[in-house]
Design a protein around this ligand. Structure first.
Ligand SMILES: *Cc1c(COP(=O)(O)O)cnc(C)c1O
Length: 220
């Protein structure tokens, strides 16, 4: 498929939804991809990327940041509290704030540094036991707590259950964001970003449709 196809499909979905041009940011999810594939997308002009693993991001992005000014990298994978310090130094945004202990840790890091990445609260819209994220019924209280901690929460993020129609999950996330006065909606991946844009996504996280399939065997 490639970058330009995805950009064109995003623009078409934005138009079809009657939304403003440029209202959706494409996060190119580069986790586990070989460096030459990522370098090719950088050369095409893409500057916003998503990574799932702190260690992997720490290994590859510092050099590319020097080489390609304007690069921003967002953390979209589960974040262990003991990696939070490294994460706030590496990423412009973290999409996976999902528990009070991590909120407390990020708040103390923000105090110490006088700065914090923008944060999205991950919501487990399908209430799946194996999946990270705040449960929908706990979301409003959690967002209130992040405000009390003075954290820069800018939006919500979700990963809908794999075997379900994602549209109701996107609609639920949009409703919860509106109710909490949050403008950001990080939702939509390779298989469903157009539906997410129709439901109001501001950030879509697209990996394999841009880079090709991930080869986890090659990473290990
Ligand atoms: C890997 C990943 C993506 C990208 O998935 P694709 O299906 O390759 O587009 C998006 N969001 C999250 C949270 C991911 O972990």
């Amino acid at each position: 498929m490639g970058l330009q196809d995805i950009q064109a499909r995003i623009a078409a979905a934005v138009r079809a939804a009657g939304r403003a041009e440029g209202s959706v940011s494409l996060i190119a999810v580069s986790k586990v991809q070989p460096p030459e594939r990522v370098a090719a997308i950088l050369a095409e002009g893409q500057r916003l990327f998503g990574e799932n693993y702190v260690q992997e991001a720490a290994g590859k992005w510092p050099a590319w940041r020097v080489q390609f000014p304007g690069v921003a990298v967002h953390m979209i994978g589960p974040l262990q509290t003991n990696k939070a310090k490294q994460a706030v130094e590496l990423f412009e945004a973290i999409h996976t704030l999902d528990r009070p202990s991590l909120a407390t840790k990020l708040a103390s890091l923000a105090q110490a540094r006088g700065a914090s990445p923008n944060l999205f609260v991950q919501v487990n819209t399908g209430a799946e036991p194996q999946k990270a994220g705040v449960l929908p019924e706990a979301l409003d209280a959690f967002v209130a707590e992040t405000r009390r901690l003075d954290l820069p929460v800018v939006g919500l993020m979700c990963i809908p259950p794999e075997q379900e129609d994602p549209a109701p999950h996107f609609a639920l996330l949009a409703e919860m964001a509106a109710r909490n006065g949050l403008a950001g909606l990080s939702m939509g991946m390779s298989s469903d970003f157009e539906a997410a844009i129709a439901a109001g996504a501001t950030h879509v996280r697209v990996g394999s449709a841009i880079f090709g399939a991930r080869d986890y065997g090659a990473k290990a």
